[in-house]
Design a protein around this ligand. Structure first.
Ligand code: PHE
Length: 454
């Protein structure tokens, strides 16, 4: 393939690239995390800020990451090493690898919850349960340790299994078919949710902004959610970018991925909030929100069992296409930097992530009272990755492309060496030079309380 070093894998087709990248982006971040963060941060006003951040910061960071990866043809650490030899930029790469460990540890816990809920759907575990009973069902499940632990290991194993198989066979094939199906299922859920009695309040919660609830922290939560949901700021897309061929179009890839990811999140919100109000579930229910609300919806649907089996299966798959992208960051690093074989690298990564992962699993049971900075291990991993490491990574990534990578290389990557007309490039360069880094810095410093410019 043109310009690719031999022996390095790449994605096979255009649709495959979008599917794998969208597969990374779309996952629990959209269907589990987005609704609960929206619920905790006041609804519609948060969503508007979120959308603005996705457009003004998300797209530029994504394009920057893909450009770095495709240019360097390396893992996240190696990419910075190659493009900026003898400069400390590789530290950003290392930070990405560390973030990958932390994300995978807590994310796989929630992915494990989807397997329990798939199982419960099968055995009719939600039958004739009230909203309250479904709430306590969730709490007693996460409050026990053995089942969440088992599901965690099952999910880690599945992830490792696919990553061992490699980019084209494992990652690309599995995402192509199942993603579109999840979309359809969400639409069906929406129809049921918005026709429930009392649904209107939920719709106004997500469509009628109430700006009085907005604080500096709201902006930081929106920024963190955007980075998390788009899989940006830690080199997942540098790694995936390195598998994209020179003839493919990075801009259209980014736009399709951002559009898909945002659409799925919005749809998940429209599916969940009408039901939240209809069943009297508190909007600030936290990480259990989707797991408590969805079974309620299924219980109110003809054929609910079938839909619920399908839904949790697809949610599990969506989570899997995200976990493989995170594990791939670590594995590519081990393979290329530590010269390990792919199999050994995968199992070493899986084993070490699992140690941290077990602490995350136990954060809702045995270790519920073990807190660092007032947070359980699970909460600490979730908060520091989404709201600190990813924005920090994103900040340095755009700065790198704008000020160090050089205008010409950026142009080459975005226009495929001049063969594509990419009229947006001057705008893009302006945004990554000034707007995106300033906005990230401002939201970040204000959000953690270091500056106060109200
Ligand atoms: N974007 C994924 C999701 O929304 C999670 C993820 C974060 C994946 C960071 C890769 C890197 O579910």
């Amino acid at each position: 393939m043109s310009g690719l070093p031999p022996n390095r894998e790449s994605f096979g087709s255009k649709f495959g690239i979008v599917a794998a990248t969208a597969g990374s982006a779309v996952g629990l971040g959209n269907i589990w995390r987005y609704p609960y963060v929206v619920g905790e941060n006041g609804g519609a006003a948060f969503i508007m800020i979120y959308l603005a951040i996705v457009i003004a910061i998300g797209i530029p960071v994504m394009l920057s990451e893909l450009s770095i990866g495709r240019r360097a043809q390396q893992n996240v650490y190696g990419s910075f090493r190659t493009l900026a030899p003898n400069r400390p930029w590789y530290l950003i790469g290392l930070m990405g690898v560390v973030a990958a460990f932390m994300i995978l540890a807590f994310y796989t816990v929630v992915a494990g919850w989807t397997l329990e809920y798939l199982y419960q759907s099968f055995i009719g575990g939600f039958h004739e349960k009230s909203a309250e009973e479904l709430g306590s069902m969730f709490n007693s499940f996460i409050g026990s340790s053995s089942r969440p632990l088992i599901w965690f290991f099952v999910f880690m194993g599945l992830t490792a299994f696919i990553v061992v198989a490699g980019v084209k066979n494992g990652i690309e094939k599995s995402t192509k078919i199942l993603m579109p199906l999840l979309f359809v299922l969400l639409l069906i859920l929406i129809v049921r949710s918005v026709t429930l009695p009392g649904a209107a309040k939920g719709l106004s919660f997500i469509f009628k902004p109430d700006f009085s609830k907005i604080t500096a922290e709201t902006f930081l939560m929106a920024l963190g959610q955007a980075f998390f949901s788009l899989s940006i700021g830690m080199g997942t897309l540098i790694t995936y970018g390195s598998y994209i061929q020179k003839r493919d179009n990075l801009a259209t890839t980014s736009l399709s991925v951002v559009a898909t990811d945002t659409m799925v999140a919005i749809l998940a919100g429209v599916a969940i909030f009408p039901a939240v109000f209809a069943f009297g579930i508190p909007t600030g229910a936290g990480p259990g929100l989707a797991f408590i609300t969805l079974p309620n919806i299924f219980e109110q649907m003809p054929g609910g069992t079938v839909f619920s089996v399908m839904f949790f299966l697809l949610l599990g798959v969506a989570a899997l296409t995200s976990t493989i992208s995170v594990l791939e960051v670590i594995v590519a690093f081990f393979v290329e930097e530590l010269k390990m074989k792919r199999g050994a690298a995968t199992w070493l990564a899986t084993f070490s992530v699992s140690i941290l992962g077990v602490l995350c699993v136990l954060s809702t049971s045995e270790l519920a009272d073990f807190k660092i900075l007032g947070k359980t291990v699970f909460e600490l991993m979730e908060y520091t990755t989404a709201n600190v490491l990813l924005p920090l990574g994103g900040f340095f990534i755009v700065i790198f492309v704008a000020w160090f990578f050089g205008r010409d290389k950026a142009k080459d990557e975005l226009s495929n060496n001049g063969t594509l007309k990419a009229h947006y490039i001057p705008v893009f360069l302006f945004v990554i030079k000034f707007i995106a880094p300033l906005a990230i810095a401002f939201v970040f410093l204000q959000g953690i309380g270091l500056i106060d410019l109200k």
